[in-house]
Design a binder for this molecule. Structure first.
Ligand SMILES: Cc1cc2nc3c(=O)[nH]c(=O)nc-3n(C[C@H](O)[C@H](O)[C@H](O)COP(=O)(O)OP(=O)(O)OC[C@H]3O[C@@H](n4cnc5c(N)ncnc54)[C@H](O)[C@@H]3O)c2cc1C
Length: 389
């Protein structure tokens, strides 16, 4: 049986962020990924906030800066244009970013085993054993997404409330490609969230929506059908002309919105990323938190395992994670208030632009000490760890 310090299940944003930190700290780290390529079939739109780049020096070629959002009312007759001078967020070539991050993680010393699914593990006195893979580890990290098998196997917290998102990647004629991000508030087609049109990298336009995962059993609850209807409405309103578009692919997945898990760790096991509920309950954004808190979790794990070098593994480590107190309150308010007449009325008040600016262009994280620490360069070329959410 091969003995290592850390086994990370999942080569997504959270798993790779953790693995890179533990590898940099000199721990023997193995990442298990069931896909043959970490960049294949991403289940995300891949938008990252400006703050995320302070944790991840992503090459420019994989990014497209976005600085304007057009928020459209359910009737599609009104809209609000939002921007904040000096603030961008980014559309990404998500497969490219994940491949780049995987390469950075292996350069740091972690071993990435693709086409290798985690199925089962057994807790022993000195750590966790994965008999099928012939591996024994001092710590198992579940970075395996919203339906975490690691959480299931070790009786840790699981997602109880999620949105389901679906998105088409379209190739549009250059003249028809949108210039700003379009966000459509539509409580019928996208209850609990919204629809979007995002000008992506390399001439690709991403069109999608997310909605509560199970509202009703009728066909309208199917997100793919809702997306078709949304595309039809967009075309009729003339806001984006999707005629002549060629579909390149479809992305879909669950977005946990029930906040961080109470039981996110046990002896020898830790959850991170979507598996731990590190997703903003309001915006559904989880990439920045996966990177920022994932790196911090990696540093905490490395520190704990190095200090206990002489003692056996299997100890309980509880890395910190986001709490989303304010965003949970806003989510609850959104659930109550997101009714078509109320939204239409809100478009006529100054409160909506102020709130929307806060949500889309927030800079709160910039005020945290972690954000300033994150700006300090390290010898590796990566900024220091520290979340800014
Ligand atoms: C439609 C949609 C759009 C989104 N858009 C955005 C956005 O624009 N911006 C944003 O910030 N967030 C967005 N999110 C949320 C964001 O994608 C996630 O929060 C983020 O990807 C979480 O990263 P993760 O590493 O925790 O999990 P994941 O990205 O889910 O990665 C988990 C990895 O584990 C692997 N895995 C799973 N099970 C096993 C197993 N048993 N064995 C081995 N490997 C396994 C998977 O193959 C995967 O590679 C979106 C989500 C969805 C569904």
């Amino acid at each position: 049986m091969e003995q290592v310090d850390v086994v990370v299940v999942g080569a997504g944003f959270a798993g790779l962020a953790v693995a890179r930190e533990t590898a940099v700290a000199g721990l023997a780290t193995v990442v298990l990924e069931r896909k043959s390529d970490p960049g294949a079939a991403p289940r995300t739109t891949g938008i990252i906030v400006d703050e995320a780049r302070r944790h991840l020096p992503i090459p420019e070629r994989l990014l497209r800066p976005l600085d304007r959002v057009r928020l459209v009312a359910p009737s599609q007759r009104r809209h609000l244009d939002l921007s904040r001078p000096g603030y961008h967020f980014y559309a990404t070539d998500t497969p490219g970013v994940l491949r780049w991050l995987a390469a950075e993680t292996t350069v740091a010393g972690a071993e990435l085993r693709t086409s290798t699914a985690f199925r089962d593990a057994v807790r022993r006195a000195d750590g966790i054993e994965l008999p099928e893979l012939g591996l024994r580890t001092r710590l198992l990290v579940g970075a395996d997404g919203v339906r975490s098998r690691v959480a299931l196997r070790f009786g840790l917290g699981r997602c109880r409330r999620a949105l389901v998102g679906v998105e088409d990647e379209l190739l549009l004629p250059a003249s028809a490609a949108p210039r700003s991000v379009l966000c459509l508030l539509d409580p019928v087609l996208a209850p609990g969230y919204l629809g979007w049109v995002v000008p992506g990298v390399g001439g690709v336009t991403q069109v999608g929506l997310a909605r509560h995962a199970c509202r009703s059993s009728n066909g309208r609850a199917r997100p793919d059908l809702a997306l078709d209807r949304l595309v039809g409405r967009l075309a009729r309103s003339g806001r984006v002309d999707l005629r002549g578009a060629r579909r390149l692919g479809r992305r879909a997945g669950l977005i946990p919105i029930d906040g961080p898990r109470r039981r996110a760790s046990g002896p020898g096991v830790v959850l991170v990323g979507d598996a731990a509920g590190w997703v903003s309950p309001l915006t559904g954004g989880g990439i920045h938190t996966a990177l920022a808190w994932g790196r911090r979790a990696g540093a905490t794990i490395a520190d704990a395992l190095r200090r206990r070098r002489e003692t056996p593994g299997g100890a309980r480590i509880r890395p910190a994670g986001p709490r989303f107190v304010f965003k949970r309150v806003l989510r609850a308010a959104f659930e109550v208030l997101a009714r078509e007449p109320l939204i239409e009325a809100a478009f006529r008040t100054p409160a909506l632009p102020a709130l929307a600016r806060l949500v889309f262009f927030h800079t709160r994280g910039l005020l945290s000490p972690g954000a300033w620490r994150a700006l300090l360069p390290r010898r590796s070329g990566w900024p220091a760890t520290g979340p800014t959410v």
